[in-house]
Write a protein that binds this ligand. Structure first.
Ligand code: ZN
Length: 252
C-alpha cells in the first residue's frame, strides 16, 4: 500500500499507470552495476520514480575528471567513495525507498550474490569484460539485463530477456579494445535515461521493450537509429537457453 505522502509524491505518474503500477515499482528491486556516468542518471530516475529497492555497486572513489558526466557526485565529493556519495544523494532525493550501495569490484566470485533476487540488472559499466559477466549472471538467473554504453557523442542501448532475445554475446561476440574513451555527460544522460525507461516499462509491463534491436544514438547528428539483432543459435553464452523456461520471456 502507498502512504499518503507517496500518493502525493507520485501523483503525476499514477495518472499514467495507476496505484497498482506504483505499487509494482515499490515492490521492485533493481541492481545497477556502476555509479558512474550511466549509473548516475539511471539511479536518479529510478529513485525518483519510486523503485522500492535500488542496489548500486561500484569500487571507485570520486575523481575530479568524473564530474563532467557523473551527476550523482559533486565537487565536494572528490576523494569520497562513489557508493557513499551515491547513497547520500539518492536518499536525499527520495527517503521513501531503500538504497543499498555496495563498495566492491564486481567479479566472478560475487556477481551472483550481488544481483541476488533483483528483478533487473542494469549495465552501467565502462568495460566489456564486466558487461559479459553481467550477461552471464543475467542468463544464469534468468533476469533481464538492460545494456547501455557510451563513447563521445555516441551511445547504444538494448534490453535482453534471457532465453528470448539475443544476449550481449550474440550482439557483440568480441569486446572492443580497452581504452580511456572520450565522453560528454549529455550522452550518458540520453542513454542512461533510455535504460531507466526500459526498466520502468519492464516493471510496469507497458509498451514495447527495446528487445531484439540495438538503439544507436548519434548526438552530433541528433539522430537515433535501430539495428535489428537476432539470437545466435551457437552463442557460447545463451545458446542452450529456452524461452519457455524464462519468466517474462514468453511472447504474448
Ligand atoms: Zn547469446
Amino acid at each position: 500500500m502507498l502512504s499518503e505522502r507517496e500518493r502525493e509524491r507520485y501523483k503525476r505518474q499514477v495518472m499514467l499507470f495507476g496505484e497498482d503500477g506504483q505499487e509494482q515499482l515499490k515492490k521492485a528491486e533493481i541492481f545497477i552495476a556502476g555509479a558512474g556516468g550511466l549509473g548516475s542518471p539511471i539511479a536518479i530516475y529510478l529513485a525518483v520514480a519510486g523503485v522500492g529497492t535500488i542496489t548500486i555497486a561500484d569500487m571507485d572513489v570520486v575523481d575530479q575528471s568524473n564530474l563532467n558526466r557523473q551527476i550523482l557526485h559533486y565537487d565536494r565529493d572528490i576523494g569520497k567513495k562513489k557508493t557513499v556519495s551515491a547513497e547520500e544523494k539518492l536518499t536525499a532525493l527520495n527517503p521513501d525507498i531503500t538504497i543499498r550501495a555496495i563498495d566492491c569490484r564486481i567479479d566472478e566470485t560475487n556477481a551472483a550474490d550481488l544481483v541476488g533476487n533483483a528483478d533487473g540488472i542494469v549495465d552501467a559499466m565502462d568495460n566489456y569484460p564486466t558487461r559479459y559477466l553481467l550477461n552471464d549472471t543475467a542468463l544464469a538467473k534468468k533476469i533481464p539485463l538492460f545494456h547501455g554504453a557510451i563513447r563521445g557523442f555516441y551511445g547504444q542501448a538494448t534490453t535482453i530477456i534471457p532465453g528470448t532475445t539475443p544476449c550481449l554475446k550474440c550482439i557483440f561476440p568480441n569486446a572492443p579494445p580497452k581504452e580511456v574513451f572520450p565522453v560528454v555527460g549529455v550522452t550518458a544522460g540520453v542513454i542512461g535515461t533510455v535504460q531507466a525507461t526500459e526498466v520502468l516499462k519492464y516493471l510496469l509491463k507497458s509498451g514495447d521493450l527495446l528487445t531484439n534491436r540495438l538503439f544507436i544514438w548519434d548526438g552530433l547528428l541528433a539522430r537515433g537509429e535501430e539495428i535489428y539483432a537476432e539470437r545466435i543459435s551457437c552463442c557460447p553464452a545463451c545458446g542452450g537457453l529456452n524461452p519457455e523456461t524464462t519468466p517474462g520471456g514468453k511472447k504474448k
